[in-house]
Design a protein around this ligand. Structure first.
Ligand code: GLY
Ligand code: MN
Ligand code: MN
Length: 441
């Protein structure tokens, strides 16, 4: 369904970008429309930076931003190159906005059919000092853009000038994307809520003997029923030892009584991804070994969430989690030695091999620098990230007592930094053993 109006914040973002780079031209190609097999396409999703700055979600298009015209000096010129209206094609593939819609709905100052991109770009470049374009994602596109830049350079006559410098727009746009505004936070709250309730429902509906793919389909159905357009990333539904595989993708094993299942799945709502992991019994209750390991991960996760506030730093949160985990693993007899030494040697990585946090937003592993000037950046209001400690026993690790075998546990919530501390956006997904066992009963 086509939109008739989009929010003002896309233009505000373009203005913010141009305050910092008034002399630049930004070029964002649409995400390519990829063939899956034969003439079947993968589901289409727009490139996140393109979407962030325009709201335009059609393939086969370019967003170009150029320095402001005299007529409207506060705003960069927004130029969209789009697929033309075509009744025959639209009968097969669906409606398009066309050149008129690009202007009327998305507020483009100029819009052209996409075949005119190479011809018009040199004129758009006139007077600018540099180009922002992301090299390395698509070699055909790289060749196309750099050849236009070379044509532009040649058109300048014998000036001795080099090709315009090309910089990666992902840095400045990523910096903006790191700080979510109220509208984005509303979308993320909603997506996180839908995702949390789907995880809760999975806890209720799981039964021994089901296949992992049934739970995968259940959460997918619930995300979409509640308004998510798609998944934020491929779901992980991993029973028993499968959960020790960090990026398990098969989701096709039988779920067995007495084992745990780990679900890492998030719906994408208004283009923003949620990212929740919950781990719970396939039968009615945690076994004693599972409960001891689970409570350790939960303790680490809750105490890390308590640290999340303005000024805190992600590496400190990670270090804290490692310390709580090592302390607990020593108590359970799973590690031997001194906490500091195990922290220094990384010996804990046998059971907790990944990092604790990543930014979250339009991409599940969202844009934005983690370090600035060589030091970890401080958390600030508007940043959203995950806290996701885990405990995994590799099937090959036979030195672990039987009660801890076939286990992979991760507990993951999505955290928004606020002025006064933080808001757990995924609080509705149960994680206390008592709550989970009540649902399982
Ligand atoms: N779902 C991907 C992650 O947790 O990082
Ligand atoms: Mn995550
Ligand atoms: Mn996850």
């Amino acid at each position: 369904m086509l939109l008739s109006k989009i929010p003002n914040y896309y233009q505000e973002r373009r203005e913010q970008l141009y305050k910092a780079y008034p002399d630049a031209v930004f070029i964002f190609p649409a995400h390519p429309d990829l063939i899956r097999n034969s003439d079947v396409h993968h589901p289409y999703r727009q490139d996140s930076n393109f979407y962030y700055l325009s709201g335009f979600d059609e393939a086969n298009s370019f967003l170009v931003l150029a320095p402001p015209s005299k007529r409207r000096p506060s705003s960069p010129r927004m130029i969209l190159f789009v697929a033309p209206r075509d009744p025959e094609k639209e009968m097969w593939e669906g409606e398009r906005y066309g050149v008129e819609g690009a202007q009327a709905v998305f507020g483009a100052d100029e819009a052209y059919v996409v075949s005119e991109f190479d011809k018009r770009l040199p004129e758009i470049l006139l007077g600018s000092e540099r180009v922002f374009y992301r090299l390395g994602l698509n070699s055909d596109m790289d060749r196309r853009v750099t050849s236009v830049l070379e044509i532009y350079r040649m058109s300048q006559g014998r000036t001795g000038k080099a090709m315009m410098p090309i910089q990666d727009p992902h840095l400045p746009v990523g910096e903006m994307r790191l700080f979510k505004n109220e509208a984005e936070i509303d979308l993320m709250r909603k997506g996180c809520q839908i995702t949390a309730l789907a995880h809760r429902e999975a806890m209720k509906q799981i039964r021994p003997g089901m296949n992992e793919c049934e739970l995968e389909a259940l959460v997918d159905y619930l995300f979409r029923k509640e308004g998510c357009a798609r998944l934020g990333y491929g779901s992980i539904v991993a029973g028993g030892k499968n959960a020790a595989c960090l990026h398990y993708r098969f989701n096709n094993d039988t779920l067995r009584d007495g084992e745990l299942v780990l679900i890492d799945a998030g719906g994408e709502y208004g283009y923003y991804s949620a990212d929740i992991t919950r781990t719970f019994p396939i039968g009615k209750r945690f076994t004693s070994g599972q409960a001891k390991a689970y409570n350790l991960v939960l303790k680490a996760q809750k105490s890390a969430i308590a640290m999340a506030k303005p000024g805190a730093k992600l590496p400190d949160i990670h270090k804290h989690i490692c310390e709580v985990m090592i302390d607990g693993l020593l108590s359970l007899g799973l590690l031997k030695g001194k906490l500091d030494e195990i922290l220094g040697s990384g010996g804990y990585r046998r059971f907790y091999p990944h990092n604790t946090s990543h930014w979250l937003g339009l991409d599940v592993h969202d844009a934005g620098l983690y370090y600035k000037d060589g030091t970890p950046r401080s958390l600030e209001p508007g940043m959203v990230f995950t806290i996701e400690p885990g405990f995994y026993v590799q099937p090959t690790d036979l030195d672990v007592p039987a009660e801890y075998r076939n286990i992979g546990i991760r507990i993951e919530d999505d955290i928004l930094i606020t002025e006064g501390g933080c808001e757990n956006l995924t609080i509705l997904a149960p994680k206390e053993i008592k709550e989970i066992e009540a649902l399982r009963a």
